[in-house]
Design a protein around this ligand. Structure first.
Ligand code: 5GP
Length: 202
């Protein structure tokens, strides 16, 4: 059986990573998504158990205590963490799982799982990023500035990733992302089992 693979995805607010991932899962439905446990309140339109499990602080701290999280981070006053169980299960069965985390989470996972593949979703330019963050029309100027500063700080960490996917044209970005998944599937590391399988027959 093929070795499993953990794929880490990060990208600043305004990079369009959620839209890209939604389309990627439509095209490669066998790839799983890691549902994070988080303590921030649910936003309008969010659904329990889709992208996040919304849990209490007490529950989250129990998870930390019992070592049930692969990684966790405190982001703007709330906990965000990746439950270990579902990730281990997919990897054990030779599958692929995408974990969407901030840059700290990505670093923590890479330290624990050295062969995880990491992808940074990048806006094509500063101007486009600013226009996307402003265009939502939901935030005042101060909040937009904060989001922009946070985005620039994340982009400064992009060189720690294995791949960068630029989200200029959505369809091309989705294609690029799927190319990374397919390229990884062709690597010797993931196909070592084949060598033994063929040799066994001679
Ligand atoms: P938001 O509150 O906007 O949904 O997410 C805030 C940030 O938390 C985003 O950068 C997102 O990628 C990150 N995030 C989501 N889930 C996790 C997680 O399980 N662990 C970590 N470290 N970051 C996460």
């Amino acid at each position: 059986m093929s070795n499993g693979r953990l794929l880490i995805v990060s990208g600043p607010s305004g990079s369009g990573k959620d839209t890209i991932l939604k389309k990627v899962f439509e095209r490669v439905p066998e790839v799983k998504f890691s549902i994070s446990s988080i303590t921030r309140p649910m936003r309008p339109g969010e659904v329990e158990g889709k992208k996040y499990n919304f849990v209490s602080r007490e529950y989250f701290e129990e998870m930390i205590k019992n070592d049930l999280l692969l990684e966790y981070n405190n982001y703007v006053g709330n906990y965000y963490g990746t439950p270990r169980g579902p990730v281990d299960e997919v990897i054990k069965n030779g599958g692929e799982i995408i974990i969407e985390v901030d840059v700290n989470g990505a670093r923590n996972i890479k330290n624990k799982v050295a062969d995880a593949v990491s992808v940074f979703i990048m806006p094509p330019s500063f101007e486009v990023l600013k226009a996307r963050l402003t265009g939502r029309g939901t935030d005042n100027e101060e909040v937009i500035k904060q989001r922009l500063d946070a985005a620039l700080a994340e982009i400064a960490c992009a060189e720690q990733y294995d791949y960068i996917v630029v989200n200029d044209n959505l369809e091309e970005a989705v294609e690029d992302f799927i190319t990374i998944i397919k390229t990884d599937r062709l690597s010797v590391k993931r196909q070592k089992y084949l060598i033994n399988e063929v040799l066994k027959k001679c």
